[in-house]
Design a protein. Structure first.
Length: 417
């Protein structure tokens, strides 16, 4: 028995927390970002427009990012594990209920509320808790945890397409719901809230001598959200999110409109997952070396470049280039953002502050994909929505540049004082 436990005793438990967060983001967002594969079946089933079907995803996205403002502070107070387990079970039930829906309104309620509330109560607590377990390798650990989103985006859309073709879209949602509840809920049990509960410090170092407990350093939620730094981050994330989630809903329909076969169109969504996974694995670690704040600006600028490629991409291969580049920088953005929050405001209320920041992403997710769908319904082209998406990312980059300059001036003034 002792020999069986020896290998795991050499592994810092923080990596098990990372693995749990990876599993949660893999099945949760993997299923959510497979929605593009369901757009055409839902249109046919309910005789609905592309904009009205896109609103299903937007409602869910609004909730699962917006509810971080509730689940984050609850995780700081009650611990993350119970919230993440409950969120995964609720996500599974929401997917199953969507499969049983008999009207588009019922899909709004089942998918929008079930998946929205479920991921909303799981995501921020799972990612926030990872930040406490690491210091030197925080960017890498955070990137590894959220790389589940990228791997899920790679693996789940083809699985969803296969399920739709074999057992129908309803059966596909039943199957995905069971997968989320069992795999996500089960592995979430590995989550523990603080390394000090195991007598450890971040990165597996010994805790500071004489420190016991539970008090963590950092800003209160009120102090954080009133700071110019948080306000700038919030504005940048809000504006970038208007365009940042449009490809997850509209890339497959866009490709189909340009004569690309369904199986190949879904592969484009998986290609975003490939790029996203690479971005989370590599760019999070790179940010630890070159600076996480400057890396965040690089990610937003890269997403802008990718959206500019999309404007002129009409063939499978040009869209593949777009998907890879967009996925790479989108993945880096998601990986680095929680670490930037931890760097800026400390561990005391990290989940709560991340959750409030993500409410900006919620608003962008609610408005961007659905607005793109309704714009397509009016114009029968995606040119304007894609250009608008690129434009919002340019504005977000300008806000981050201004924030960096303000911080530099403040730091220099503080140094002279």
């Amino acid at each position: 028995m002792s020999s069986a436990t020896m290998p795991s005793s050499r592994i810092f438990y923080g990596w098990f927390v990372v693995a749990a967060a990876f599993a949660v983001t893999f099945v949760g967002f993997g299923c959510a970002f497979s929605f593009s594969a369901f757009v055409e079946p839902l249109q046919r089933e309910f005789g609905a427009s592309r904009g009205s079907v896109s609103l299903v995803f937007s409602l869910a996205g609004f909730l699962y990012f917006g509810l971080g403002a509730v689940s984050g502070p609850l995780a700081d107070r009650l611990g993350s594990r119970r919230l993440v387990v409950a969120g995964m079970v609720l996500t599974g039930l929401g997917l199953a209920a969507a499969g049983a829906a008999r009207s588009l309104a019922a899909v709004y309620a089942a998918y929008g509320l079930g998946v929205g509330f479920g991921i909303g109560f799981a995501y921020v607590p799972a990612i926030g808790v990872v930040q406490r377990w690491f210091f030197r390798r925080r960017g890498f650990a955070s990137g590894l945890a959220v790389s589940g989103i990228g791997v899920g985006t790679l693996a789940m859309p083809p699985l969803a397409t296969l399920l739709i073709s074999t057992i129908g879209w309803r059966g596909a949602y039943f199957t995905l719901g069971a997968l989320v509840a069992v795999v996500g809920g089960g592995l979430a049990l590995l989550i523990e809230n603080d390394p000090r509960d195991r007598g450890l410090g971040p990165d597996g170092d010994p805790p500071p001598s004489g420190v016991q407990p539970a008090r963590r350093e950092g800003a209160t939620v009120g102090e954080a959200i009133r700071s110019p730094r948080f306000i700038s981050l919030y504005a940048a994330c809000l504006i970038a999110s208007f365009g940042g989630f449009v490809p997850f809903v509209h890339l497959v329909p866009y490709a189909r409109d340009h004569g690309i076969a369904p199986a190949s169109a879904v592969l484009l969504l998986s290609t975003i997952g490939i790029g996203s996974t690479a971005g989370r694995f590599t760019l999070g670690g790179l940010a630890d070396r070159i600076g996480r704040q400057s890396s965040l600006l690089l990610m937003i600028s890269g997403m802008t470049l990718a959206l500019a490629i999309w404007v002129v991409a009409t063939s499978f291969w040009s869209l593949t280039v777009f998907a890879l580049v967009f996925g790479l920088f989108y993945g880096g953005w998601v990986a680095i953002l929680p670490a930037v929050v931890m760097d800026s405001f400390g561990s005391r209320n990290v989940s709560g502050i991340i959750g409030i920041l993500y409410s900006s992403v919620a608003l962008g997710t609610l408005i961007g994909p659905s607005a793109a769908g309704f714009a397509f319904d009016l114009s029968h082209t995606y040119t304007l929505p894609i250009l608008a998406s690129a434009g919002t990312n340019i504005v977000a980059a300008i806000i981050l540049v201004a924030m960096s300059r303000t911080n530099r001036v403040t730091n220099e003034a503080g140094g002279r004082a």
